[in-house]
Design a protein around this ligand. Sequence first.
Ligand code: HEM
Length: 439
Amino acid sequence: MPATRSRVKWLVRHGIIRGVLHYAAWRGEVIARLSADERARKNPYRIYAWCREQGPVWQGRLAKVAPHHASVSAILRSDAFKVGLDVEAVPRLMRGALMRSDGRIIGPIDPPSLLALNPPDHTRYRKLVAKVFTPRAIAALEPRVQAVADELLDDLETRAAAGETVDIAVEYAGLLPVTVIAEILGVPASARDDFLRWGHAAAPSLDIGLSYRDWVACEQGIYDFNEWMYAHIERLRRDPGEDLLSQLIAVEDDQGRLTDLELVATAGLLMAAGFETTVNLLGSGTKVLLENPDQLAVLREDPTLWANAVDELLRYESPVQQTARLAAVDTEIAGVKIAKGTFVNVMIAAANRDGGVFEDPERFDVARPNARDHLAFSAGVHYCIGASLARTEGRIGLQTLFDRFPDLELAGEPVLRPTRTLRGYDHLPVVLTPRKLAA
Ligand code: HEM
């Protein structure tokens, strides 16, 4: 794309809002601080607590804010709200800049990605994807998840025996979900590194106010992924495999099969949603468990609690911290009037520490009886389609790691990811010191 056009697109999509956010953060506006202030990124939980004190729905300077469990849940389930931009409300001159140039290259939250569609289109795609992503198909993946976890940890065993420091975020948490999602999409293991690179490059596309440099890197990742995926779909059409993408290519309803664009959109979302989130569950999960040895001891005493521990981790350090909705009509939530066209910042991570629902919410408790009431997988029509796969990967991934390396220790400063919507760690140095050496 010529440099001037690329600058204009960035300006409309991110540059203007970036300027507004930085100015508002400088003026102390809390929601802007979450996006533009480094200290708030490191520890957003004090800000979330303040947001909850302001009420279930309130007017921030930039958008309405919903930080309570009840208001977040109500908005996500309400058909008075929709996803995506109201393109008609954007000045005509700026509309072109919001679209990608040729309509062929699309990002994880561009239509026809499920996350950017509303009923009835959403209903149709979701039904087609659900035909393939069945509970039985996901359950059948469980032995593969275990095998991948074992293989990755086998590779680390020699390094552990030598007492070397291992970056568990990169060398384990980052590889387990991408390997699983690559198998789901029928992607050969040889392309896994490219997949990781594209996924990491595209992850910031969920944030607002990106710098020009980050945006260019993100667009390149999306472009490279799309081009590769078109060719891959062509290959699978000629020579289908056992994978779920081959099945998705073949499913049809009374309107026919999914087009190439729809398939690339779905594959892109599955890739982005499938590992850019679970990597954070595994990385943050490892760190939180190391910081809470009493809770690890509870899990050693009663390993049946691992499934609940994963839900508690999703509540306590939600990999997706927030989402957004647009009021499609005039409506009301928790007694607060919300006019048609209003943007609402839906604070999933704040809702997950709401003391009205979770007793002593700042405490990490693997035996918490209602841990599963979190909203980390959203709610309503966009409820995460991969929730049970993510839970399986979290449980097997973390339990296997701590079973094989019970003396695992942090060996350096963890490095948070720069993204805001997605929360997790880029680097988590540890020494694994396996059981046989520790004995
Ligand atoms: C810990 C891991 C995960 C978390 C925290 C997570 C979270 C979420 C959230 C919050 C949404 C909805 C966003 C909104 O309502 O605006 C979502 C949607 C989605 N997720 Fe996940 N996800 C995870 C793992 C996965 C996996 C493993 C897959 C697939 C393999 C997946 C596929 C999807 C898809 C396709 C959607 C769109 C559903 C729709 O719009 O109908 N996710 N996820």
